[in-house]
Design a protein around this ligand. Structure first.
Ligand SMILES: Cc1ncc(C[n+]2csc(CCOP(=O)(O)OP(=O)(O)O)c2C)c(N)n1
Ligand SMILES: [Mg+2]
Length: 412
C-alpha cells in the first residue's frame, strides 16, 4: 500500500490534478484534465518531513544501513548538488557549452546507485551526475563532454558505466542487448554475489513515449533479461508534462509487458535504495527485468538553454522545493542524532574543494583544434573521413585568413 504522509496529500498526484496551471493543461494535454487520475502506489520510507515510516515490504532492504552508510548517502547527495551548482555557474561564465542539471533528483540517483554491485553495468542518459559520482567517475570527465571537447572522458569498462546518451530512449535498447549478453555469458543466477551481474538503464518520463523504450521492454520481458529500467519521472520532458506521455502512472505500463513494476518516492533516498536493491536481486538471480518509476522533480531548468518560467509556475516549483531530497535525509539524521557537527563541517570543506577543483580543471581544459573532431570517428583510417578532414582544414584556414578591404576588390 502507498505510504503517504498525512501532511503531504499531494504526493503521488500528477501535475494534471495538482499544481499545473489549467491554461497550460488545456493547451497541451490531449486528455481531459478533469479525468480522475488513479492514486498510484508509492513506496516511501522517509516522509518529506524526514520521518521514518515503516513499510512491510521494504524495511528489510534498508535494515543493514548503518548510520555511517546513511551519512555516505547524504554526503554523495550534497557533493552531487555542489557539482550541479558549480557546473551551472561554469556554463554561465562561458566555460561549458551546455549543462543539464540534476537538481532535485539526487535521491533517485544516489539511492539507486548505492544499491549496485561493482560488476553491474549502467547505461545513463545525460543528467545522471549523482549516479556517476557514486560510481566513482571523475566529475571533470563529465564536464569535458559539456565543454564540447569530447564525448565524455571516462572509460566505460573501468567504471562499468557507459557514456552519456543524448538520443532519448536509444540506450534502453543498448542496455537490453547488453543484459541479454550478460545472461548468455552465464553471469546470472550463479548465486555468487561477486559474479551475478545486472544492467541498469536510467531514462526519463519523456523517454517512455519513445518506440525504443517500448521495444526494450518487450525484448527484456520475453528474454527475461537481467535489467532494471529505472525511469526518473521528473514531471517534465523539456516543456512537456508527464501527462503528455501517459494517462496512467508510468509504473503501471510495465504490467502490459509482463514486467514487475514499482513506483517509488524519488525524493526519498532510502526508498530508492530499497526498491533498486529488490530489482537488482531479481535480475541477479535470474528473475528478469523490473521497471522502477522514481517519482521526482527536476528543480532546475532542462538545460542551461531552457527557461522553465515559460511553461511552469513558481507555485509548482515552490511546492517541490519543500520536498527537497537532501533536506529530508538531513532532518532524519538530525532527529536520530547521527549528523555530528564535525561531519557537516568536513563535508562543507570537501564540497568547497570539489568546487575549486571543477573550476580550475575546466579552465585548464583549453580548446582542442577543430579538426580533432575527425580523430575518433573510426578506429582505423577511413578515406571518407580523410576527405572530410581535408575539406574542413582548408575551409577553416580560409576563415582564419585576413579579409581584404573593399578597396582591394574583396568578394568575401
Ligand atoms: C530521439 C530524440 N528525440 C528528441 C530529442 C530532444 N530532446 C532532448 S531532451 C528531451 C526530453 C526528454 O525528457 P525526459 O525523457 O523526461 O528526460 P529529462 O530531460 O526530463 O531527464 C527531448 C525531447 C532527443 N534528444 N532525442
Ligand atoms: Mg523528464
Amino acid at each position: 500500500m502507498a505510504q503517504t504522509s498525512p501532511t503531504e496529500p499531494w504526493i503521488g498526484a500528477t501535475p494534471a490534478d495538482s499544481t499545473a496551471p489549467t491554461d497550460r493543461m488545456d493547451r497541451t494535454s490531449p486528455s481531459n484534465p478533469s479525468d480522475p487520475q488513479p492514486i498510484p502506489e508509492l513506496v516511501q520510507l522517509l516522509t518529506p518531513d524526514g520521518l521514518r515510516v515503516p513499510h512491510a515490504s521494504y524495511d528489510a532492504r534498508v535494515a543493514h544501513l548503518t548510520p555511517e552508510r546513511l551519512r555516505a548517502l547524504y554526503r554523495d547527495m550534497v557533493l552531487t548538488r555542489r557539482f550541479d551548482t558549480e557546473s551551472t555557474a561554469l556554463q554561465r561564465q562561458g566555460e561549458l557549452a551546455l549543462f543539464a542539471p540534476c537538481l532535485g533528483q539526487e535521491a533517485a540517483q544516489v539511492g539507486s546507485a548505492h544499491a549496485l554491485a561493482p560488476q553491474d553495468f549502467v547505461f545513463p542518459s545525460y543528467r545522471e551526475h549523482g549516479v556517476l559520482h557514486t560510481r566513482g567517475i571523475d566529475p571533470l570527465d563529465v564536464l569535458s563532454l559539456f565543454r564540447g571537447i569530447d564525448y565524455g572522458g571516462w572509460d566505460p569498462r573501468e567504471h562499468n558505466t557507459h557514456l552519456y546518451t543524448l538520443v532519448i530512449g536509444s540506450h534502453t535498447l543498448h542496455a537490453t542487448g547488453y543484459a541479454m549478453g550478460v545472461q548468455r555469458d552465464g553471469l546470472v543466477g550463479t548465486g555468487d554475489p561477486t559474479r551475478d551481474t545486472a544492467v541498469v538503464a536510467y531514462f526519463g518520463d519523456g523517454a517512455t513515449a519513445q518506440g525504443d523504450t517500448n521495444e526494450a521492454l518487450v525484448f527484456a520481458a520475453v528474454n527475461n533479461a537481467p535489467l532494471v529500467l529505472f525511469c526518473q519521472n521528473n514531471q517534465w520532458a523539456i516543456s512537456e508534462p508527464t501527462t503528455n506521455q501517459a494517462r496512467v502512472p508510468i509504473a503501471d505500463r510495465g504490467k502490459g509487458f509482463g514486467v514487475p513494476s514499482v513506483r517509488v518516492d524519488g525524493n526519498d533516498v532510502l526508498a530508492c535504495y530499497a526498491v533498486t536493491a529488490e530489482a537488482l536481486e531479481r535480475a541477479h538471480s535470474g528473475g528478469g527485468p523490473t521497471l522502477v518509476e522514481a517519482y521526482t522533480y527536476r528543480m532546475g531548468a532542462h538545460t542551461t538553454s531552457d527557461d522553465p518560467t515559460r511553461y511552469r509556475t513558481r507555485e509548482e516549483e515552490e511546492s517541490w522545493r519543500r520536498r527537497d531530497p537532501i533536506d529530508r535525509l538531513r532532518t532524519y539524521l538530525e532527529s536520530i542524532g547521527e549528523l555530528p557537527e564535525e561531519f557537516v563541517a568536513q563535508l562543507e570543506v570537501d564540497a568547497d574543494a570539489l568546487g575549486a577543483r571543477l573550476r580550475d580543471g575546466v579552465r585548464a581544459m583549453g580548446k582542442p583544434a577543430p579538426s580533432s573532431m575527425f580523430d575518433d570517428v573510426y578506429a582505423t583510417p577511413h578515406a571518407g573521413v580523410a576527405a572530410d578532414r581535408a575539406w574542413f582544414t582548408e575551409y577553416d584556414a580560409a576563415l582564419a585568413a585576413p579579409v581584404a578591404g573593399p578597396d582591394e576588390g574583396s568578394t568575401r
